[in-house]
Design a protein around this ligand. Structure first.
Ligand code: MN
Length: 288
């Protein structure tokens, strides 16, 4: 069984643009690379927005050196980027954006959500790339709810949606640069389950809703990440009531991580270059 290395408290709530009241659950600094290739996770717990005239969110900004993975639990978002890609994602959908050599994008509530108002819950995960892949072309994958295979846990303990990686021979649709599992897990209250993690990979469980006991410990409430030891296989989980977890597990990238604002590189020089390239307009443009 997997052992718990530590429980990461999220930050207080802060706003990303005017659309996303998030709690930062972990950062490169807080994990010290022990959850590589996963860098950072922001969670906006369910928040009610009234109708508005203009979409709330974050205007055009750059990224380089990693991938952003946006998972919508409730509400609807829209995205546009400098590769010409764009899309609308709703509950259960995922947007997997590869910034790599550089991208500009904007992230807003959808037009319909803005007009009607509603409840928004989402998470955004940052996934690192190997140094050799940080120069790759930027890209964008829209992964719809219906594309994501679902695996039932034994004894009615819940179900696992495989966004990336593999579980019970079901493969997640996300194309990744390095091997990883990203699972959206729904646990039924009072039903113990063993989640089969791959030995030797880093692993963390992010509690998004409810409270979950991990390896027999005290229940961990929403907005926290349970960092697990890399050794061992299954992890024992049990939710008090219904709970939602995000399971992150992967092959660590053993390289320096220098994260500054919207860029994640391997040295300060590369960060300076990223800012210079952005100022010089080398990240392209978003078509109007
Ligand atoms: Mn962004």
């Amino acid at each position: 069984m997997r052992k718990v290395l530590g429980i990461h408290e999220g930050s207080g709530t802060h706003w990303v643009g005017d659309g996303f009241p998030v709690r930062t659950v972990f950062t490169p600094g807080s994990t010290g690379g022990r959850l590589s290739p996963f860098l950072m996770l922001d969670h906006a717990s369910a928040t009610r927005f009234g109708p508005a005239e203009h979409p709330r969110g974050v205007g055009v900004h750059p990224h380089r050196g990693f991938e952003t993975v946006t998972i919508v639990y409730e509400g609807e978002l829209e995205h546009r980027d400098s590769t010409g890609a764009g899309g609308r994602i709703g509950p259960g959908d995922v947007q997997w954006m590869t910034a790599a050599s550089g991208i500009l994008h904007e992230e807003f509530h959808s037009e319909a959500f803005t007009r009607d108002g509603g409840t928004l819950e989402m998470a955004q995960l940052w996934v690192n790339l190997r140094s050799a892949d940080k120069n790759a072309a930027p890209g964008y994958q829209t992964i719809l709810e219906s594309d994501i295979p679902s695996v039932d846990l034994p004894d009615g303990a819940g179900r696992v949606r495989v966004i990336a990686g593999t579980l019970a021979e079901r493969e997640g649709p996300a194309r990744t640069f390095t091997p990883m599992d990203v699972w959206d897990v729904r646990l039924a209250g009072g039903r113990p389950a063993a989640l089969p993690l791959r030995p030797g990979w880093t692993a963390g469980l992010v509690v998004l809703r409810g409270a979950v006991s991990v390896d027999g410990g005290e229940p961990v409430t929403a907005g926290r990440m349970v960092l697990l030891d890399g050794d061992g296989g299954d992890v024992a989980v049990e939710a008090a009531g219904d709970a939602v977890l995000l399971v992150l597990s992967g092959e660590a990238i053993d390289e320096p991580v220098v994260a500054r604002g919207p860029f994640v590189m391997t040295s300060e020089d590369e960060i300076r270059q990223a800012y210079e390239d952005f100022r010089a307009g080398r990240f392209g443009a978003i078509a109007v």
